[in-house]
Design a protein around this ligand. Structure first.
Ligand code: UDP
Ligand code: MN
Length: 252
């Protein structure tokens, strides 16, 4: 029998847990047959709520790991989140996984991603020779995990294809438009928003990645979104509030 496959996300703060909840709910809404796993850090207080919506919630304390002390504290302590994300390669109870940032929203069934191999991802809208690490297909492996930690501690990231090639990980581009990157830097930036988007809005996007400082959960009532963005932000809120309302005790 084949080992299980899983979608994996990461939340190190309660705000990112809001996002992680929407990731899981939107995957379930579209009928995934795979496990849905959250990696969280011990400071997160939303663990119980996440247990309801995830198949597995794994507490990772990367700051306590030997890797962290050997590699990160030797000069690059700002790499904490990157290192925590790389921790997904330790989930060797799964044969293949798809990582989704907590700021993504799944618009349809995306189980076809498991037909792809390590490492599949979408190009970064700003730096197309690098992949955007918001969505990627990978194979858990402790060997790869260690290699990536070394790589990240030296280079500060793991997005560069040329350097990753040395690790014999070569990323393949997912179908153009599979992941649509929504980026808001400033108000009135419709042009830039279109420019950085990997496809035209509404045409074939299967996953929305709310890249950048402005996340849906930090933007209720925010008027800086264009109409195109707004439809996805309100879809995000709809998914979040459905969850919240259905799990709240009945009001007398
Ligand atoms: N993340 C987290 N806590 C943080 C920052 C990031 O858990 O304080 C996780 C979360 O899964 C998030 C991912 O790391 O989606 C990458 O960060 P983010 O999405 O904010 O970066 P961007 O995609 O905007 O570059
Ligand atoms: Mn992101």
């Amino acid at each position: 029998s084949t080992a299980a496959e899983a979608f994996v996300t990461l939340a190190t703060t309660d705000s990112y847990c809001m996002g992680a909840t929407v990731v899981a709910r939107s995957l379930r809404r579209h009928g995934t047959t795979r496990h849905i796993v959250a990696m969280i850090t011990p400071n997160v207080s939303e663990q119980l709520a996440l247990n309801d919506v995830f198949d597995e919630v794994i507490v990772v304390d990367v700051m306590d790991s030997e890797d962290y002390h050997h590699l990160c504290l030797l000069g690059r302590p700002e790499l904490g989140i990157t290192f925590t994300k790389i921790h997904c390669w330790t989930l060797t109870q799964y044969s293949k996984c798809v990582f989704l940032d907590a700021d993504t929203l799944v618009l349809c069934n995306v189980d076809e991603l498991f037909d792809r191999d390590e490492l599949s991802a979408a190009p970064d809208p700003g730096w197309p020779d690098c992949f955007n690490s918001g969505v990627f297909v990978f194979r858990p492996s402790l060997h790869t995990h260690t290699s990536l930690l070394h790589h990240a501690s030296r280079h500060g990231s793991v997005h560069d294809n040329t350097r990753l090639h040395g690790l014999r990980i070569n990323w393949e581009i997912l179908c153009v438009g599979f992941v649509s990157v929504l980026l808001v830097l400033q108000p009135q930036l419709d042009m830039l928003e279109l420019q950085v988007c990997s496809c035209r809005f509404g045409h074939g996007a299967k996953i929305i990645h709310f890249l950048g400082a402005d996340k849906p959960w930090s933007s209720q009532g925010n008027s800086s979104y264009s109409h195109n963005m707004e439809q996805f932000v309100s879809l995000w809120w709809k998914e979040y509030l459905i969850h919240t309302v259905s799990s709240a005790p009945a009001v007398q």
